[in-house]
Design a binder for this molecule. Structure first.
Ligand code: PRP
Length: 181
């Protein structure tokens, strides 16, 4: 058996850059096939989605509108505060347009709930989510995650947009962060 891959910080590499890009290529084509010529607005949820969003939209070979919303529930903590708030709202009108939310991770699902409720009020033609990561523990009957690249367990992950206290977002891979106890 091969030794676990480690990154420059000694963190275990969970998903490397090549695996991420292969997953994104597949997801992008699936999204393009599903929406065909319908109007589509892709809304990235900042900050965590910024790298995934940039790569995913370039893998969707069709015209689309791009906007961003910034919400926060974790602040600088490793645990969700359970209280999602809007830091910056999106601007593009989405009534009668299909909307695809882009997330780095669906973790507890609280942000998912908040975003769906918030965007549904603007009467989009449809509303779905595309995420790089989804926790295995997410109840997909209650929170259907239409597009996800990777399902992960309970490990605290960083990289490719995901942070620990604001750090490690710029890794080109997803790694396991061992929080100091
Ligand atoms: C993270 C992540 C998701 C959300 C998922 O955002 O980017 O938006 O948490 O967690 P949940 O499913 O438990 O709600 P965070 O609030 O840490 O802000 P950030 O994107 O700026 O890192």
């Amino acid at each position: 058996m091969n030794a676990p891959r480690k990154n420059e910080y000694g963190q275990k590499v969970l998903i490397d850059s090549e695996e991420i890009h292969a997953g994104i290529r597949q997801m992008g084509q699936r999204i393009a096939d599903n929406y065909r010529d319908e109007p589509l607005t892709v809304i990235g949820c900042l900050k965590g989605s910024f790298i995934f969003m940039a790569d995913l939209v370039r893998a969707i070979p069709r015209p689309l509108h791009i906007d961003f919303i910034e919400v926060s529930s974790y602040g600088n903590d490793l645990q969700s505060t359970g209280n999602v708030r809007i830091v910056k709202d999106f601007k593009h009108p989405v009534e009668n347009s299909h909307v695809l939310i882009v997330e780095d991770i669906v973790d507890t699902g609280l942000t998912f709930d908040f975003l769906f409720e918030h965007i549904r009020l603007k009467k989009p033609a449809s509303l779905e989510i595309a995420t790089l990561l989804v926790r295995r523990s997410v109840d997909q009957e209650m929170r259907p995650v239409k597009y996800s690249c990777f399902t992960i367990g309970e490990e605290y992950v960083v990289g490719y947009g995901l942070d620990a206290a604001g750090l490690y977002r710029n890794l080109d891979h997803v790694a396991v962060f061992d929080a100091p106890v």
